[in-house]
Design a protein around this ligand. Sequence first.
Ligand code: C2O
Ligand code: CU
Ligand code: CU
Length: 533
Amino acid sequence: MQNITRRDFLKLFGVSAGALAITGLTGCGVAPFLEETAQPVRANSDFVPDVELQLTATDTQTSILPGQPTHVWKYDGAVLATRGDGTSLQTIPNSYLGPIIHAKRGQKIRIHLKNALGEPTIIHWHGLHVPPDMDGHPRYAIQPGQAYVYDFEIRNRAGTYWFHPHPHQRTGFQAYAGLAGLFLISDSEETEANLPSGEFDVPLVIQDRAFNAANELVYITNPMDQMMGFLGDRILVNGRPDFALNVATRAYRFRVLNGSNSRVYKLAWDDGTPLTVIATDGGLLEKPVRRNYVTLGPGERVELWTDFGNRRVGSELKLKSLAFSGAESGMMGGMMGGGMMGGGMMGSSNSALPNGAEFSILRVKVDREVKDNTPLPERLSTIQRYRLDDAINRQNPRAFGIGMQGMMTWTLNGRVFEMEGVANDEIVKLNTLEAWEFANQTNSMDQMVHPMHIHGVQFQVVERQIAPQFQTVWETVRAGYVDEGWKDTVALWPSERVKLLMRFEDFPGMFLYHCHNLEHEDQGLMRNYLIQA
Ligand code: C2O
Ligand code: CU
Ligand code: CU
């Protein structure tokens, strides 16, 4: 371990600590709209949308805890125009979460983002395969009062995608303040699978938040939060605390998004019933898989098929996050535990609910009997399997090391984010299949989970490895990885190496890849890669 003195540590944080300390969300003046004259408006006259939506990023209040309402930021949605069926907005009642966008594969969609916040923002469609200027790169962030017009065709498979802000160094704050929503895509393959639908298709967005005595959200309160990632001590589901769901005696489709900034969940039923997983980030699996628990890093999604058909009316069940280790053993363990920093100097504000603690996420109550049920399909979809042998760089996978430079800077291959920067080893060719390997390069100082996310593609996980000294820690989560399907985000435990296969198709241009621990992303653990035509 490097020898750091308390003074060095303070010095490193001295410059930025002030800027990082944000307590609550103070009201920002709502900027008046400059109507559609505000640039950049990128409406394309050749593009004839099937549906036209508007999302306004705005500052509002909502009641979350008993007592005072809470200032939040929220996407307000509206359908401006629609031809035919298939796209709709579904509002989640009593929630800061944005509307759920329902769309069909093949549809052309136009979305107007209006920025009614007091600072720049931009939306990214997490998991969607869209052109680079529709992907919400921070260089397209719009100023208060401006609008941005997204035009894209839905090319993804049926699945659970989502959207959230992506402005430079403010993604963590804005998402935490409430800006996020689900983007659900359906297609004919999904229709054939005949999954539970309507009220039996339930979104479950899991997030953690911290509140002060006045019920306001509290974000980063010390430099450690920025370094490690922010953890709240209240678990919210769909924006609500103590979430309870009443169900009938039949099968449900639960769409679970880990929408937290940096918390990892180890999902399990409290009575030991295994989880039946039917989809991952990029949509339906080929067939259902069973897990005793599912490990879900920030940004990842999983769909669970859950049958309450054999349960008694009146019975209850809890979805929990089980205990695990390895997610924050480094900085905190090494530095705090080592006693170098002295008692509360860094103020470990989140010790109440560290990453890896066991807690309850939600309660399910069976409250009525129904006779109809839908069986679990044996086949869900077809997945084209990539083969490492077909990758143009099979001998020499593109390697990305996640590490720490100096004491405090997370890096990707020794680099941090540059708005327009692309290095030579970050240039790929359109219409090629590549192998990428991420390595969580850990020393005693920086043992953390990094959920790595790639824009523009869905990938397949073909191999994972971990250093022997982390094997024990890995065993606390490893059986919960679901690598059978398409992924856009993959969590790496300390020292873990993950090999991925992906094909770059349709859209040349610059896309991002980054850690989806949003505080890491905001600190620069993010880079561009360029798809060359
Ligand atoms: Cu969900 Cu670039 O992020
Ligand atoms: Cu993304
Ligand atoms: Cu990270």
